[in-house]
Design a protein around this ligand. Structure first.
Ligand SMILES: [Zn+2]
Length: 181
C-alpha cells in the first residue's frame, strides 16, 4: 500500500540559534530549547546496533514484519533510538497492515523534520528526527482521519518506553501549539 507523498516543510528549527531546536517533551507537555545532536557516521556506528545504524543513519528500510514494534499495542512513548527525543505515542499508533509501525501523527510537529526523497524512482516525504537527523521512515497522505497522515516508521529507529503518556493528550498538544505559534 503506497500513498501519495505528503509535502511539508515545517520543523523545530529556531532561527536565532541554528544549533538549537525547540523540542516537545511528552512527559511534561513542555517545549524546551535543546542542542542538536551531531555525530560522525563512525561515532554513530560505535553507539548503535548494526540494524539501528543501517536504518537510522544509512537510511535503509527494515524488512516489513521484521521489526520489534509493528504489532506492539502497549501504552507508551516511542523515542528516537539515536538521541532519545520523544517522537510518537501509542495513542496515535494504528495497524496499517504494512508490517511497519504506523502512526497518524507525531507527539509534536517540532520533533520531526520532513525532506523530499526521490530515491527508488518514487517521490516520497522522508521523516527525520529534528534533533539528530535520524532517518525514521516516510509519511503518506492515506492515514486515518482526522489527521489523514500515515507515518510509516522503522522499528529500528525507535525505542519504546512503556508507561503512561502524560501531557500528551490531543487537547494539551493543541493548546501548546496554539500558544507557541
Ligand atoms: Zn534523534
Amino acid at each position: 500500500m503506497e500513498g501519495k507523498a505528503v509535502h511539508m516543510s515545517m520543523n523545530g528549527s529556531h532561527d536565532a540559534y541554528p544549533d538549537m531546536v525547540r523540542i516537545y517533551h511528552a512527559d511534561s507537555g513542555n517545549l524546551t530549547l535543546e542542542t542538536r545532536v551531531i555525530k560522525t557516521l563512525a561515532e554513530w556506528e560505535s553507539v548503535l546496533t548494526p540494524i539501528q545504524f543501517s536504518v537510522a543513519r544509512l537510511k535503509c528500510s527494515e524488512p516489513p514484519f521484521s521489526g520489534a514494534y509493528h504489532d506492539l499495542h502497549n501504552r507508551g512513548i516511542y523515542r528516537c533510538a539515536c538521541c532519545g527525543t520523544d517522537l510518537f505515542s501509542s495513542e496515535t499508533k494504528f495497524d496499517s497492515g504494512t508490517g511497519w509501525p504506523s502512526f497518524s501523527e507525531p507527539v509534536h510537529r517540532n520533533n520531526v523534520t520532513f525532506r523530499e526523497d526521490l530515491t527508488h524512482g518514487m517521490v516520497r516525504t522522508e521523516v527525520l528526527c529534528t534533533r539528530c537527523d535520524a532517518h525514521l521512515g516516510h509519511v503518506f497522505d492515506d492515514g486515518p482521519l482526522p489527521a489523514g497522515t500515515r507515518y510509516c516508521m522503522n522499528s529500528a529507529s525507535l525505542i519504546f518506553i512503556p508507561g503512561a503518556v502524560l501531557g500528551n493528550t490531543r487537547e494539551q498538544r493543541k493548546s501548546k501549539q496554539d500558544r507557541t505559534q
